[in-house]
Design a protein around this ligand. Structure first.
Ligand SMILES: [Zn+2]
Ligand SMILES: [Zn+2]
Length: 264
């Protein structure tokens, strides 16, 4: 569901006060095709990339070329400035998050990344440290044949909200209460949980195929990694991940280079 018919959080909590401890800060991102610049938060837009940093390439064999050669240049997925999307997901000292992927399907992606999905790279930066900007990043040689990962540059607006978990994340006794509250708040469908779309923070929209209490541990410290970014399948942007599903990035708050990508 979208957040369109969602009442204010205070109203949701009036109906179901037991949900309060499960509220997580999030921001829904609404992309609009346009011409974002390197200083803008964007989806599929140009990145504020320091000229001295090597642009990421992917060497993982893909559907288009089993050898994985030549290395395929990655493409921007999202660039988020903290000023536009403030929240607890920012590691201390950083104010810019950049997400890139290799725009092909990989059946044998690196550890922690989902089979079939594009291979992901992340950069956390301090925007003020970027002096000379790379203006013409290398372009990929290979794209997935269904063109699922070629993004239309979009500017974004962010809507901060409190996200609530899907039934499976709640204790058993609260699950029927959530069903009742959900009907009471919006008879047309669930507007409390599983908000669909591009999102920073919040809860994953777990599907029935996932085991209860599925946690994604950090490979360095073992801590359960929170969801930091959700990539949506979106016609405006030209994305189709996990067959019109979502791609989720779980990132360790203490080891912010350690992440897991998951698609459904
Ligand atoms: Zn690749
Ligand atoms: Zn960690």
């Amino acid at each position: 569901m979208s957040s369109e018919n969602r009442p204010p959080v205070s109203e949701i909590l009036n109906v179901m006060p037991e949900l309060a401890p499960y509220g997580k800060q999030a921001a829904m991102l609404y992309p609009v095709p346009g011409a974002p610049g390197v200083q803008d938060s964007s989806i599929g837009g140009p990145l504020l990339w320091p000229i001295e940093d090597t642009w990421p390439t992917c060497l993982v064999p893909d559907e288009e070329d089993e050898s994985g050669f030549p290395p395929n240049a990655m493409v921007p997925v999202a660039q988020i400035f903290a000023r536009d999307v403030p929240g607890p997901w920012w590691p201390a000292g950083f104010d810019l998050l950049q997400i890139l992927w290799c725009p092909t399907n990989h059946w044998d992606p690196p550890r922690g990344q989902a089979g079939g999905s594009p291979v992901i790279e992340l950069r956390w930066r301090r925007a003020a440290d970027v002096r000379d900007v790379l203006t013409t990043p290398p372009q990929p040689d290979r794209y997935d044949s269904d063109d699922c990962y070629t993004l239309t540059p979009c500017t974004i607006t962010a809507e901060p909200l409190v996200d609530f978990p899907f039934f499976d994340e709640l204790p058993k006794e609260l699950q029927p209460r959530l069903a009742e509250a959900s009907k009471q708040i919006h008879p047309g469908g669930d507007v409390i949980t599983c908000l669909a779309g591009w999102k920073v923070g919040g809860w994953p929209t777990w599907q029935a195929t996932y085991p209860h209490s599925y946690l994604v541990p950090c490979t360095v410290c073992g801590t359960a990694m929170p969801l930091v970014f959700t990539v949506a399948s979106d016609d405006r942007v030209g994305t189709n991940v996990g067959r019109f599903g979502e791609l989720r990035l779980f990132i360790c708050p203490d080891h912010h280079q350690t992440f897991q990508a998951d698609v459904y």
